[in-house]
Design a protein around this ligand. Sequence first.
Ligand SMILES: Cc1cc2nc3c(=O)[nH]c(=O)nc-3n(C[C@H](O)[C@H](O)[C@H](O)COP(=O)(O)OP(=O)(O)OC[C@H]3O[C@@H](n4cnc5c(N)ncnc54)[C@H](O)[C@@H]3O)c2cc1C
Ligand SMILES: *[C@@H]1O[C@H](CO)[C@@H](O)[C@H](O)[C@H]1NC(C)=O
Ligand SMILES: *[C@@H]1O[C@H](CO)[C@@H](O)[C@H](O)[C@H]1NC(C)=O
Ligand SMILES: *[C@@H]1O[C@H](CO)[C@@H](O)[C@H](O)[C@H]1NC(C)=O
Ligand SMILES: *[C@@H]1O[C@H](CO)[C@@H](O)[C@H](O)[C@H]1NC(C)=O
Ligand SMILES: *[C@@H]1O[C@H](CO)[C@@H](O)[C@H](O)[C@H]1NC(C)=O
Ligand SMILES: *[C@@H]1O[C@H](CO)[C@@H](O)[C@H](O)[C@H]1NC(C)=O
Length: 552
Amino acid sequence: MELNIITQMIPYMVLFSAAVAVAVAVAVAVSDPVVVVDNFLQCLTQDPNATNSDFVFTPNDKNYSSVLESTIINLRFASSTTPKPLAIITPLTYSHVQYTILCSKHFKFQIRIRSGGHDYAGLSYTSNLQTPFVVIDLKELRSITIESGQNAHVWVETGATLGELYYWVSQESQNLGVVAGTCPTVGVGGHISGGGFGNMMRKYGLAADNVIDARIVDANGRLVDRKSMGEDLFWAIRGGGGGSFGVVVAWKLNLVYVPDKVTVFSVSKTLEQGGSSLFNKWQHIGHKVSQDLFMRIIIQIGLNDTGNKTIQVTFNSMFLGSADKLIETITDSFPELGLQEKDCTEMRWIETVLYFDNYTKGDSIDDLKERGPEPKIYFNAKSDYVKQVIPEEKLEEIWKWCMEGDNPVLVMESHGGKMSEIEETTIPYPHRKGYLYNIQYVEFWGNESSGKRRISWMRKMYEKMTPYVANNPRAAYVNYRDLDLGVNYDSKTSYSNAMEWGNKYFGDNFKRLAMVKGVVDPDNFFFFEQSIPPLITSTTDEDKINVIGSYL
Ligand SMILES: Cc1cc2nc3c(=O)[nH]c(=O)nc-3n(C[C@H](O)[C@H](O)[C@H](O)COP(=O)(O)OP(=O)(O)OC[C@H]3O[C@@H](n4cnc5c(N)ncnc54)[C@H](O)[C@@H]3O)c2cc1C
Ligand SMILES: *[C@@H]1O[C@H](CO)[C@@H](O)[C@H](O)[C@H]1NC(C)=O
Ligand SMILES: *[C@@H]1O[C@H](CO)[C@@H](O)[C@H](O)[C@H]1NC(C)=O
Ligand SMILES: *[C@@H]1O[C@H](CO)[C@@H](O)[C@H](O)[C@H]1NC(C)=O
Ligand SMILES: *[C@@H]1O[C@H](CO)[C@@H](O)[C@H](O)[C@H]1NC(C)=O
Ligand SMILES: *[C@@H]1O[C@H](CO)[C@@H](O)[C@H](O)[C@H]1NC(C)=O
Ligand SMILES: *[C@@H]1O[C@H](CO)[C@@H](O)[C@H](O)[C@H]1NC(C)=O
């Protein structure tokens, strides 16, 4: 199928050059931007599959705003001053993606690719750069094809949400599960491109560790799969962050076995109830316990028994087994938690999706296939990793800094297990052996006016945490995108400038990512504030590939 499409594109490319000459002449003669867009739209109509324009939205269309806003999660990027796209394309077939790439390239428009729209900096639908841009919104491409039995796997198109994917896989068999994140509205496209962690990562690794094939449209508009894209590009798209290498239109994922019943619990302790020493114990054992046990910690401001503000430490957990077995495991490794049967709930794996998303009011698993409700809110976040336990006596200080925030949430997830068995070079995600847990700092707010204060608190908190977290380089998670770490100023920003943030996300893998980029997108078409810059190390393609080969 892929080959067919590539050959279909060849006659098109010839046609395209002639058509383009006309379009350019018009664009140069008339500088009205609307005319430029019209020509871009004309360009798209050369796609034999563009039989109507139902998949194209420009600011003149009455549905433009609703389509644009539909998956904006972070309200910080939904204001009237947020830069908006010239057009939104919602492809109905892969050729719509291919022609959008070719036409955008010709008109020198940038591309923003959106699957679930959860990007922390809104980079899937807005731009801080001056160049006009077009959004490719994949929400209509979301078919899911499941193959059960031995080597169970799924082909999922990238416009699907994690919730839809989880739902349909669990419908196929209640003993099949997908390894990915805990938020059901997150998009499969961006999430897996950046790694993707969730409550089975200690047993099965990241979502990206479970990718076995992919279909992408590359910078030349070609639709390629694992075989035709080659192992270097296939390596880069599994964790190198979305948007730098092409438009992923479908992933093939390994499915994993989940037992009939799994067990969840959520136990909260204030400082007065010994929260700090429990936290300390968790630091020592969370990454070492059975791989069936995932324990994350949520730190929030709570109230103690006399109504005074305190820190609340919540142990939020999933165990791939029965409640009895869980209590046995905790009694062995973490008796201080005092976990009891009444704290534990056995449920089907699919039900844990609702549990971890804190659903309320009788929501059912059927709601997962409705892709909602989108959690629209103002938020800001940063990430860190911890490699050495934070001394217990320092915790008081950290809690004090938390209390200075309005309503901060710190989420920490134990690594270890499969996460540290996988080599740091296997895929671009580098934070493996020796990493105890990650920290996500988040502030949510509902009123625009407090944004400045929240963001400034978080920057201070991040500064103060420096002695306690992984450093040189400080480690960050690309799926928790943070533009404070550094940005590309324009498409000429060099690899060495980008190293400052690139090494935080990818460690030594950043260089290899930049070399792959130099081969597959040397002109930096897929360019944005934190895209991987091309590192061009040699003049011929053959040499470049050899260089990558010798780097491995
Ligand atoms: C409420 C919430 C909960 C979250 N929970 C988790 C969690 O449990 N675990 C975890 O690891 N992360 C989690 N995240 C982070 C999430 O994984 C990232 O924000 C992820 O990038 C979102 O993917 P998306 O498709 O929804 O986002 P988008 O905003 O659509 O895309 C994110 C980035 O990927 C690019 N991109 C999107 N689709 C494609 C594609 N098809 N091909 C190429 N590039 C693409 C975009 O251009 C953008 O740069 C959460 C985020 C939120 C807001
Ligand atoms: C525009 O939105 C309306 C109302 O939601 C819907 O009925 C209509 O089909 C949409 N049109 C297109 C082209 O998407
Ligand atoms: C384009 O349309 C034709 C027939 O209408 C179909 O066979 C082909 O698969 C489509 N191409 C893509 C890339 O969807
Ligand atoms: C609640 O917190 C306040 C302030 O830290 C403290 O003085 C008080 O003893 C706490 N009360 C209880 C019941 O823990
Ligand atoms: C704790 O709460 C009580 C009653 O609400 C209040 O009088 C007291 O000042 C508070 N103490 C602290 C340390 O905040
Ligand atoms: C989950 O929901 C409950 C009730 O709606 C709320 O009190 C609690 O704070 C929520 N927890 C989280 C972690 O959001
Ligand atoms: C937002 O906060 C400002 C300043 O504190 C206040 O004046 C305003 O009423 C708030 N708006 C809403 C909708 O709560």
